[in-house]
Design a protein around this ligand. Structure first.
Ligand code: PGA
Length: 253
């Protein structure tokens, strides 16, 4: 199965810079083999322009967040219906930066995941331990708890798709930037898979879930992580906003 590479542009680029990056990327990507699934997640404000700049490529699009209700008095929020009508298929939810800055918790992430599936969007659910939890040897416990609280009660059918992104907070460039070892990444992916099999039928896990890695993934280390069994792709922050670096990353993955 082809690797999935999700670019999380966070709030790094202004709308003008996002258009420039997307146009540069378009020129580079046009000449590539297209054997990877590439998903760009720009800011909401840049979304339409970035989509336009990349319309002649195989790139797909995602949002960096979504609200769980379809419509209503929810100031500042973005509806899943509107993402869907834009043809934005993926949504990053539960990113550690949102958990930290907006006290987003597993119940809210559960609601968002449920709403995504109801609306035919593919949630990219971020989980992972922070530095303190790592110091206290709580990684497995954190992963098990996050997955159970987020997924419990969400019924999946064979056509649903969910991406779980293992993103240890201490490895994210803005959250510590320590490179996880291949053994740590392999082990965490195994734990996640075991927990998924605990919650769902193996057939659902095999068909519907993909587990990807995120945390300071760049053009130089992506090959090492690509060789790990069970890693289906990457969620990339900092290295995804520079078109040349990102193109090199895609080639090496
Ligand atoms: P990073 O970010 O690649 O800059 O570490 C990843 C993420 O936060 O999703």
């Amino acid at each position: 199965m082809s690797k999935i590479i999700i670019a999380n542009w966070k709030m790094y680029l202004s709308p003008d810079q996002a258009i420039l990056s997307a146009s540069d990327l378009e020129k580079i990507i046009k000449g590539t083999s297209g054997d990877k699934e590439i998903i760009i997640c720009p800011s909401f404000l840049s979304m339409k322009d970035v989509m336009k700049a990349l319309q002649n490529t195989h790139v797909q699009f995602g949002a960096q967040d979504v609200f769980w209700e379809d419509r209503g008095a929810y100031t500042g929020e973005v509806s899943p219906l509107d993402l869907k009508s834009l043809k934005c298929r993926y949504v990053i939810i539960g990113h550690s930066e949102r958990r930290k800055n907006f006290t987003e918790d597993n119940t809210m992430i559960h609601n968002k995941a449920k709403s995504c599936l109801k609306n035919g969007l593919i949630p990219v659910i971020c989980i992972g331990e922070d530095a303190e939890q790592r110091r206290l040897n709580q990684r497995d416990y954190v992963l098990i708890q996050q997955l159970h609280e987020i997924l419990q009660g969400i019924e999946m059918t064979i056509n649903d798709r969910v991406i779980i992104a293992y993103e240890p907070v201490w490895a994210i460039s803005a959250g510590g930037g320590i490179n996880a070892t291949p053994d740590e990444v392999r082990y965490a992916h195994q734990v996640i898979r075991h927990v998924l099999i605990d919650i769902y039928d193996q057939k659902i896990v095999d068909n519907c879930f993909r587990i990807i890695y995120g945390g300071s993934v760049d053009a130089d280390n992506v090959q090492m992580y690509s060789e790990i069994d069970g890693v289906s792709g990457f969620l990339v922050g900092g290295a995804s906003i520079k078109p040349l670096v990102f193109a090199r990353l895609i080639e090496s993955a």
